[in-house]
Design a protein around this ligand. Structure first.
Ligand code: 7PJ
Length: 274
């Protein structure tokens, strides 16, 4: 199993880590710490040293009720960081966490190799931007929008509905000429899901392997882990590592995490003992 993305062929035969690099001032867990270009670059280099196989750069928080960021501001946040990292010839692909086609295009031009889209390329023009590039793409499931998604999410069968959505979006990508080895699929933990929905999905993650694309899982520091442990966001490291381990045991290929060093080490044990 591998992912083709830009100039990279990412080996996913063992579970790998995508390190989160937020350059938003209001991200819920490390908001405000990495808004300056220099400190964002320094953090990114640390994540690579800690073993991240991908860096995921985001300039707009998608937490529930987050305020949308205007296009120009999002560009100003993320593009200089991508350019600075590309100029340093880093050895890992850069992923851009955005749903805006103009940000996707600018990020790819600046050297990003993966588009991580919580709206699964449903924004007008987004599919065309990715299809016209050689970037990889992560298609994530979300019910509703970040403004309203946690109000009262409802499913008849959460696994079936998430799986049908991901299959349909994958098929639209294939029809647009984006080959299956450029596509990551993600059930979107916390995006329009209750605690019960998140847990049901986590338990049946392996069912998504039928879709024949590598799976990305983002559970790091998320509220479901707070609900399970009673810990607030600053104290969810152990829970996050446990969630990454369980996900990898069920077949997840890429774990999107804040705590790269701890997760990379835990995943080495998964790989050795599985
Ligand atoms: C995810 C994401 C996720 C993907 C965020 C947070 C909220 N992208 N972006 N999957 N979550 N693909 O990190 O808690 O789960 S932002």
């Amino acid at each position: 199993m591998h992912l083709r993305c830009g100039a990279f062929k990412l080996d996913l035969s063992t579970p790998q880590v995508m390190g989160i690099l937020n350059v938003t001032p209001d991200s819920f867990s490390d908001g405000g710490q990495y808004t300056h270009n220099e400190s964002a670059v320094a953090h990114a280099l640390q994540l690579i040293e800690d073993g991240a196989a991908v860096l995921d750069i985001g300039g707009e928080s998608t937490r529930p009720n987050a305020t949308p960021v205007p296009l120009q501001q999002e560009l100003q946040r993320v593009i200089p960081v991508i350019e600075a990292l590309v100029a340093r010839n880093i050895a890992v692909p850069i992923s851009i966490d955005t749903y805006k086609p103009a940000v996707m295009r600018a990020a790819i031009e600046a050297g990003a190799s993966i588009v991580n889209d919580v709206r699964a390329l449903q924004e007008a023009g987004a599919m065309d931007v990715v299809a016209a590039s050689n970037a990889g793409v992560c298609l994530m499931h979300m019910q509703g929008t970040p403004q309203t998604m946690q109000d009262d999410p409802q499913y008849d069968d959460v696994l079936l509905e998430v799986k049908d959505f991901l299959r349909a979006r994958r098929d639209v990508c294939l029809a647009a000429g984006i080959s299956a080895d450029r596509i990551l699929l993600d059930p979107g933990f916390g995006f329009g899901k209750t605690r019960a929905h998140n847990i049901a999905l986590a338990r049946s993650l392996s069912e998504l392997l039928d879709l024949d694309c590598p799976l990305l899982v983002g559970l790091s520091r998320k509220s479901v882990l707070g609900q399970v442990t009673g810990n607030d966001v600053a104290a969810r490291l152990y829970a996050s590592v446990a969630a990454a381990v369980v996900s990898a045991m069920q077949g997840a290929h890429l774990l999107r995490v804040h705590d790269v060093k701890a997760t990379v080490e835990a995943l080495k044990v998964v790989t050795a003992l599985k």
